[in-house]
Design a protein. Sequence first.
Length: 292
Amino acid sequence: MKIVPLAFESMGVRSMATFVETDQKILIDPGTSIAPKRFGYPPWKNEFDALYETRARIEEYAEKADIVTISHYHHDHYTPFELGKFLDSSPNSAEKVYQGKQLFIKHPTSQINKSQQKRAADFLKNLKDLDCEVSYADGNSFEVGDTSIKFSNPLPHGSEGSKLGFVVAVTMRWDGKSLMHASDVQGPIYDAAKQAILDENPDTLILSGPPIYLQGFAVERKDIESARNNLIEISGEIPRIIVDHHLLRDLRCFNFIKSVKEKSCGEVLTASEVIDNEPNLLEARRKEFYRV
C-alpha cells in the first residue's frame, strides 16, 4: 500500500489531500485552500505559491485515480466547481478531478449542516454533466477489486454538537495492510471518534490534530486536553500516526506533538515528514512574514 500526502498544513496549505495506491488508485479529500485572514493579515505570496503547487499536484494525481472520496464539503477537502470564482485557477479543475471517477461522498442531506448541504447540492448538480458513479459513503462498506473501503458513521467535526457539521472517516484494507484517514476529527476531541479509530485499528492513521490556534475563544482548554489524551491512547495501539491539518496552524503544534511522542509506543509524525520534508508552516508564520 503506497501512501502519498499531496497537500497538508505541513506543506503550506489547508488540506488533508492524500493519494493511496493498492490494486486501486484512490484520491482522498481533493481540496486545498488558504485562510483569507489570519492575525488580521491576508495571505503572503508564499502561501499563494503553495496553493497553486498543491492544486496542480492534486490534479496530477487525479489523472491517475480511479476512485475519489470526500469526507465533507469544506473547500479544503473537496474541489468545488466554482473554484475559478475564488482564485486564478484552471476553470475545469473540478472536471479534471472528478471526470470518469467512482465517487464515494458524504451524504448530501443526512447529518449535515446547512452551509454544507447547499454546497453538496451544487456539487451533485454539476456532477450530472460528468461521467461519474456516485455512492453515499456514510456508514457503508465497498469492495473494489481486492481493496476494502469502509466508511464510518458521521462523526462530529471536532467536539460533540459542533456547528461545523459532520465528517466521515475512511478505512482501506488491501494485501494485509490498512490505512484510516480520519478527516477533521480534530484530535480526536470526541471520545466516540477515538473509539471509532480504535475499533478499526489500522496500521497507519492520518488525522487532523486539535485546533490549538482557536483555544480560548472557539475551543476550550478541556477539549485540547481531551484531544491530547485521546491521541496518546490511540498511539499506544496504532503503530504509525500522521497528525496534521488544524494542529499545524499554530507554532505550538510541535510542543503538542512532542507531548504525545513522549508517551507513544509507535511513530508520530507530520504529513511532510512522510515524504522526508521538514514541516513548512506558512499560515502559522503569516504575521512573521508581514513584520519582516
